[in-house]
Design a protein around this ligand. Structure first.
Ligand code: F0G
Length: 362
């Protein structure tokens, strides 16, 4: 006898009372969430002072990014509302998730992508899941503006301007609290369109209000130096970074990010592209965790704070001994094979003989 719980263990099944999905509504789910919180001994010892650093590995979701948590709710609600199709603008991961969940729901999906600035894996996903892919001659901000203008054409928008996305994404904070028994002292994550920091803060505060956590973390958002509107406090007209996922100059959830930073006594920090790439390599080689560049920005941010050249507002200097720190790795490293291509520059090729092999074993 197969139990009902076997069919769906996604975030709606596990957190329905905390989500805007009535019990009568069938969830469109791929069993997203329940991602591991991986202890990082090397980051912990780098931080020192008895700190424990954990990685919330969101790259292990069904489409390999955190977007699946919000997309299950957004697509479930779109289907409930009778939407004929869904549309989103994306730097890649939202489009992969939207395409997958729309396929699951059996409704068409249109994705608008900034031309030439999408990691190959994400583009392949959108095509594989059967979305209609449209490249916009412009950046993500242009594509999102176009999507917002298209509202009313019978299309449901599934970007994080859709509040159901934020609702789903907040479940990552729930899981962290359940695993640790409390909220961490500090939470570090990459900051792009600012939906995720808004969602985590909502999740942490909701669970604290319910008595599930005794404390709230300080939120530390990391932006790429060439695409850092929140850090600089102004719209960036031509954002630029190798971390294409967060190549955004005018975040839609800027207000949400500002509230999370203010209310948590947090801060936003910037990292250069070379710091992001170095952190990506370090995390893969030292901890066995392969992150896409935007996600490696969290690690680069932590390293920068450790080196002491952090900004004045950085909460890092104020955290206590034996702090619990969580970093979100938002997307899998395989998403962006072109950036990762630099790792295979020393490919060794041999004839299939043991003598040949032995020449390379010392
Ligand atoms: N990390 C990854 C891997 C992302 O794909 C994104 C956003 C972020 C971090 C930033 O999260 O926007 O909530 O602040 N990607 C969006 C997309 C913009 O279209 O896939 P955020």
């Amino acid at each position: 006898m197969i139990q009902d719980a076997i069919y769906d263990r996604g975030v709606i099944a596990r957190y329905r009372p905390y989500l805007p999905v009535a019990s009568s509504v069938q969830a469109v789910s791929l069993n997203e969430g329940s991602t591991p919180l991986v202890y990082s001994p090397k980051l912990s010892s780098k931080v020192g002072r008895g700190a424990r650093v954990f990685i919330k590995y969101e790259g292990l979701n069904p489409t390999c990014s955190f977007k699946d948590r919000g997309m299950t709710v957004a697509i479930t609600k779109a289907v409930e509302a009778g939407a004929a199709a869904v549309i989103c603008a994306s730097t890649g991961n939202t489009s992969a998730a939207a395409a997958a969940y729309a396929a699951r729901a059996g409704i068409p999906c249109v994705v608008l992508l900034p031309k030439g600035k999408i990691a190959t894996g994400k583009l392949l996903q959108a095509y594989a899941y059967g979305a209609r892919v449209i490249a916009v001659n412009g950046n993500f901000d242009d594509a999102l503006r176009l999507v917002r203008e298209s509202a009313g054409d019978g299309l449901a928008i599934v970007n994080s301007v859709n509040p159901h996305r934020i609702e789903g994404q907040k479940t990552a904070a729930f899981e962290i609290i359940e695993t640790l028994g409390d909220a961490p002292d500090l939470h570090i994550l990459p900051l792009g369109n600012a939906g995720n920091i808004t969602a985590y803060w909502k999740g942490y505060t909701e669970y604290a209000q319910l008595g599930r956590a005794r404390r709230l973390p300080k939120m530390l958002g990391i932006q790429a130096a060439g695409a850092a509107p929140v850090y600089f406090g102004r719209v960036i007209e031509k954002p630029d970074t190798c971390a294409t996922a967060i190549r955004i100059g005018n975040p839609a959830s800027w207000d949400g990010a500002a509230a999370a930073l203010r209310e948590s006594s947090g801060a936003v920090e910037i990292v250069a592209d070379d710091e992001i790439l170095a952190a990506q390599a370090w995390l893969a080689r030292e901890e066995g965790i392969f992150a896409e560049p935007a996600s490696a920005a969290s690690v680069a941010g932590l390293m920068k704070c450790l080196e002491g050249n952090r900004c004045a507002a950085c909460p890092f200097g104020k955290i206590l001994d034996e702090a619990v720190i969580v970093l979100t790795i938002t997307g899998h490293g395989l998403k962006d094979p072109d950036i990762a291509g630099r790792f295979v520059s020393d490919l060794i090729s041999i004839e299939p003989s043991l003598t040949e092999l032995r020449k390379h074993l010392d």
